[in-house]
Design a protein around this ligand. Structure first.
Ligand code: FES
Length: 331
């Protein structure tokens, strides 16, 4: 069983649901064992789906009543037969099995200035951080980036709470974010800035490479990923495992990790977001192109393609084949 056991699992009841943007649903849970949920924490949710039980991680957007009421927000993946569809189908009164709050994106104390950059649904990881910074009286800015306002959850709420500290960049309004300008401002600022970002991998890669070009301290750049974005559209591909004499098909809305679990093949995993590297597998052969969606491997490691992260990375076919095939060896 690849689902990682958290320190404790508990029952949670759905007490509210509401659409907060096109395809984004706010789900409020009441948990059986409340505990403090600091900014940057997420909940792991153990979901029954048509392809078996799946573990999904969702940022805790708000924690109220000393951690008894926890708000998550979930974007529906168009092709979902799994996690996001199951979450969107929840109604008030439904019961779920969830972890306690898991910290994976801690907010530091005492930086001179903070910049929080949210791409799309990545805003869910930053709402609680922005509130914490406001309460602390910190110097901060919240940069919200999206394709269109109708897909951008919490926009009005954040503007009402943070006023002039919110900067909005919307592609279809002709105001896209210029990453070189943003990072250039950080580099030119007289005070040290910590930048926290959560969003699609392309935005994160752009910020990371601009950060490196300006030789800004790596430790001042913090990020959290979500494994739903890559360089290519997700498509079905095949994984070959000669060590088990098995072939497994990975559907567009499933990860390799979940497909292997559903096929009864044990693997190690922890973050399930391409961050920790615990699920790394050796790539023996590829017919197609690997779409690395992790932030664990370096750019040169991704180019060498000797390994991939099972939890987020995928493969796409080349023009000459109708389905990619990746041959892996699990360690
Ligand atoms: S489980 Fe952490 S990188 Fe895959």
């Amino acid at each position: 069983m690849a689902v990682q056991t958290r320190s404790h699992w508990q029952q949670a009841r759905v007490v509210e649901t509401e659409d907060v943007a096109d395809g984004v649903r706010r789900i409020v849970l009441e948990v059986a064992h409340p505990e403090h949920a600091a900014p940057g924490t997420h909940l792991d949710v153990d979901l029954p789906t048509p392809s078996g039980r799946q573990l999904r991680s969702y940022s805790i957007v708000r924690s109220e009543q000393d951690g008894r009421r926890l708000t998550l927000s979930v974007q529906l993946s168009p092709a979902s037969r799994g996690g996001s569809k199951a979450m969107h189908a929840l109604t008030v009164g439904d019961e779920l099995t969830v972890s306690g709050p898991v910290q994976s994106f801690p907010l530091s104390v005492g930086a001179s200035r903070y910049v929080l950059v949210a791409g799309g649904i990545g805003v869910t990881a930053l709402v609680a951080m922005a509130t914490a910074l406001r309460r602390r009286g910190a110097n901060y800015e919240l940069v919200l980036v999206g394709r269109s306002r109708r897909f951008m959850a919490y926009l009005d709420e954040l503007r009402a709470e943070h006023g002039e500290r919110v900067r909005v960049h919307v592609d279809d309004e002709g105001t896209p974010l210029s990453v070189p300008e943003l990072v250039g401002e950080v580099a030119a600022a007289p005070t040290t800035t910590e930048l926290y970002m959560c969003g699609p991998i392309r935005l994160m890669d752009a910020i990371r490479s601009s950060w490196a070009e300006h030789a800004l301290p790596e430790t001042n750049l913090r990020f959290e990923t979500f494994g739903s974005s890559g360089r290519f559209e997700a498509e079905e591909f095949r994984v070959r495992l000669p060590q088990f004499d098995r072939d497994v098909v990975v559907a567009p809305d499933t990860s390799i990790l979940d497909a292997l679990t559903a096929a009864g093949i044990d693997t190690l995993s922890d973050c399930r977001k391409g961050e920790c590297g615990l699920c790394l597998a050796k790539v023996v052969d590829v017919d197609g192109t690997i779409d690395h969606r992790d932030v664990f491997l370096s750019r040169s490691q991704k180019q060498r393609c000797a390994n991939l992260c099972l939890c987020v990375s995928r493969a796409v076919a080349t023009d000459t084949s109708d389905r990619a095939t990746v041959t892996l060896h699990l360690t």
